[in-house]
Design a protein. Structure first.
Length: 445
């Protein structure tokens, strides 16, 4: 099936400008694995978030000619299903970078590491280990909550942090010394598009239940604000403890509000939450259910009764172009992949960092951050591969890197200035297809 999703309720998005794209075909999401060991790979940016980092010494004086990155991605924990495509995206990028000559004439080195989740101290340990090994850039985390636990440690040491998957609006204005960037858009955008999708489907009353953390609270607020401004009524706004033994009380409150739809914002605990919704008669077979990037998965719901998930709608940041070909290449990097969410963003984050290091002439976090704007806009010559972009840089030509996910122009906060949200519909418990996508400017605070 192939069709264009028409977003009628433009008012939901306020001043956000919309670009609508036709789409169709299958789409997939994510699943878990263990973090790879440290690897060496062969190698090759947008306005600064808060304030620009201090300038670096000239290339001849640079004491960091070798780019070392450390991944802080989920091999374990409640977002472990997002880990495999992200690790694969970084590996693919590093391999291509090194095959093209590396960064500043030397092979790029990547140290893979597990982020765990906010219930453990794994992220701190991984961060300490990477920084002690000379990492100037940390790629991650996937969880906004995890990033908030280590962002000060990273940026205070002059290292750059760039996330492929953080979406909490709280990170937009976080005091980061110009050293925190992300490739995924703030949920100010996903929340608006999710609300618009519900309104356009005739939903007038919606219940929202979200995990109580930076991610869940940010996306819940964005959805509820846009949904009510478009004329909808939020019957319940519930925040839950992800470690809770049961969700029976929360689901009972949802049911009492008699909503037309339920928006579930969570990670892997969404399986248990949906099971309770099914038990109490407010599951996908009883009314419309909406999921988001944190719980869209081809694997998580396979054990549900047949076709339970059929018709569920899920939104997720994606890319302007069809990612099918890229995902097939990602599968060659990790043949065990079943989901692909944020794999393209992880790839783009790695490439843009390497390009910025080449432009800066020095592989330190502050130097790379100061050059990110110079490689992702600023009127340079467009290029789409590391090799082509590097050739232009070496020829003295300014570049405008357009990644797998599309243009990577950043706003003044180090967030994407615009992004694409994919709208998907489950066709069964283990499969969903893209039925629409919206490219729009990301609302500013």
């Amino acid at each position: 099936m192939k069709r264009t999703m028409v977003i009628k309720s433009a008012a939901v998005l306020g001043v956000v400008s919309l670009g609508l794209a036709a789409c169709g075909g299958s789409s997939t999401s994510t699943e878990s694995s263990a973090a790879p060991a440290a690897s060496e790979a062969p190698a090759s940016a947008a306005p600064a978030p808060s304030e620009a980092p201090a300038s670096e010494p000239a290339a001849a004086e640079c004491k960091s000619p070798t780019l070392i990155t450390g991944t802080l991605l989920p091999a374990t924990g409640s977002l472990a299903f997002l880990g495999p495509p992200e690790f694969a995206g970084v590996k693919m990028a590093v391999d291509e970078i090194n095959a093209a000559g590396g960064v500043l004439g030397a092979p790029m080195v990547n140290i893979d590491g597990d982020s765990g989740d906010t219930s453990t101290d794994i992220a701190t340990q991984t961060t300490d280990a990477a920084l002690s090994q000379g990492a100037q850039v940390i790629i991650g985390a996937a969880s906004s909550g995890v990033s908030l636990t280590v962002i000060d440690k990273i940026t205070s040491q002059g290292a750059l942090m760039i996330s492929p998957a953080n979406t909490s609006p709280a990170l937009t204005t976080y005091e980061d010394n110009g050293l925190y960037w992300r490739v995924a858009p703030s949920d100010a955008l996903q929340g608006a598009i999710l609300a618009s999708t519900a309104i356009d489907s005739g939903i007038t009353k919606a219940a929202v239940i979200a995990r109580q953390d930076a991610y869940g609270e940010g996306l819940e607020k964005a959805f509820s604000k846009n949904f009510t401004e478009a004329g909808g009524t939020v019957t319940s706004e519930l925040l839950y403890d992800p470690e809770a033994a049961t969700f029976d009380a929360e689901v009972a409150e949802i049911k009492a509000g008699a909503p037309d739809a339920v928006v579930v914002i969570g990670f892997e605990e969404s399986v248990k939450l949906l099971q309770e919704m099914i038990k109490q008669g407010v599951g996908p077979k009883d009314q419309q259910v909406y999921l988001v990037d944190g719980n869209i998965s081809t694997e998580a719901y396979k054990e549900f009764p047949k076709n339970t998930m059929k018709g569920v709608i899920a939104t997720v940041p994606s890319g302007e172009a069809d990612l099918t070909a890229f995902n097939e290449m990602l599968l060659m990097v990790d043949p065990a992949l079943t989901d692909y969410t944020y794999g393209a963003q992880a790839y783009d984050a790695t490439v843009v960092v390497a390009l910025a290091a080449n432009v800066a002439g020095c592989a330190t976090g502050t130097a790379i951050a100061a050059a990110l704007a110079d490689v992702t806009g600023n009127g340079g010559e467009p290029c789409t591969t590391y090799a082509d972009c590097l050739a232009l840089i070496q020829a003295g030509t300014e570049i405008d890197f357009n990644g797998i996910t599309g243009p990577l122009d950043f706003n003044q906060y180090g967030d994407p200035a615009s992004a694409t949200i994919s709208i998907n519909q489950y066709t069964g418990n283990g499969a969903f297809e893209e039925i629409g996508k919206v490219t729009a400017e990301v609302p500013l605070p």
